[in-house]
Design a binder for this molecule. Structure first.
Ligand SMILES: [Zn+2]
Length: 273
């Protein structure tokens, strides 16, 4: 596990940093106004750079895992970095796709009752998985990915059709991955990349705010008898976001990566205790 920091800066305003980078031959993106540096914390220059920029957190940290860490994890979270469209119709989909019964304060508690709708069907290109805005824990797949998942005998999932904005037409070549199992509670939040626990003062639901630094830790028995693809019982997000973790078995990770279908996906190993 390593941490990658993305630092954005104005070169004309950060002379000491620029001088250090150039003196040490460290590559960065020179922009006309804003420049950017991506650097791992394992890099021997990180400590010096941190001293120069000061620890004022004007950078974004992302946890990076090695292929070995991925391959040795029994369970991994997965999400798509390709966000396609917004659920349609944007102002009504919570009542059409979902049952519309949500807490007015945190928007938690919705249950899906119908298909997602989009403005048009996606052009997959070389990608096989996508998500849509506001719905990070839901994946949509192409025909090709659907066939691959079916032939690999992956348990815990079926497919739901996707429609056009009016709901009058079923789009070809796109399917929602419908995940049927929610795990029992098992997040060891005190060891996880969790900043705080937010409790809604209207409905009393609690959710976790993640800081993206580190990994999610679960108690082992949470996964007893779990199928290959599951959702966490715990909900994550701030404000109106309510998302579960979409979690897949090592078998799915292997199936997707061996078939080179992970282009738009990001996996993170889960630690079990
Ligand atoms: Zn609430």
């Amino acid at each position: 596990m390593d941490f990658k920091n993305h630092i954005a800066f104005r070169a004309d305003d950060s002379l000491e940093l620029v001088e250090y980078l150039e003196a040490n031959g460290i590559g960065y993106n020179k922009g006309e106004i804003i420049s950017a540096l991506d650097i791992l914390e394992s890099d021997p220059h990180w400590e010096n750079i941190l001293k120069i920029i000061g620890d004022d957190k004007h950078y974004i940290t992302e946890t990076v895992f090695s292929k070995e860490e991925m391959r040795s994890a029994e369970w991994l979270t997965v999400r798509s970095v390709w966000r396609y469209d917004y659920p349609q119709p944007e102002n009504k989909y919570r009542k059409i796709t979902y049952n519309g019964q949500m807490c007015p304060e945190c928007w938690g508690g919705l249950a899906q009752i119908d298909s997602f709708r989009f403005k048009r069907a996606p052009k997959w290109g070389k990608r096989f998985f996508l998500t849509t805005n506001w719905e990070d824990d839901i994946l949509f797949v192409s025909d090709h990915a659907k066939a691959m998942i079916e032939s690999a005998n992956i348990s815990g999932v079926t497919f739901r059709e996707v429609k056009n904005k009016n709901g009058t037409e079923i789009f070809p070549d796109i399917h929602q991955l419908e995940v049927h199992n929610i795990l029992p509670e098992g997040l060891a939040w005190e060891y996880s990349c969790v900043d705080e626990i937010l409790v809604c003062d209207k409905c009393g639901r609690s959710k976790f705010a993640s800081n993206g630094r580190g990994q999610f830790v679960f108690r082992k028995n949470t996964f007893d008898n779990a199928p290959d693809i599951v959702l966490s019982s715990e909900i994550f997000g701030r404000a109106h976001y309510n998302q579960r973790l979409l979690i897949v078995s090592q078998k799915i990770y292997q199936t997707i990566t061996k078939n080179k279908m992970d282009r738009s996906l990001e996996f993170q190993p889960i630690k079990l205790i």
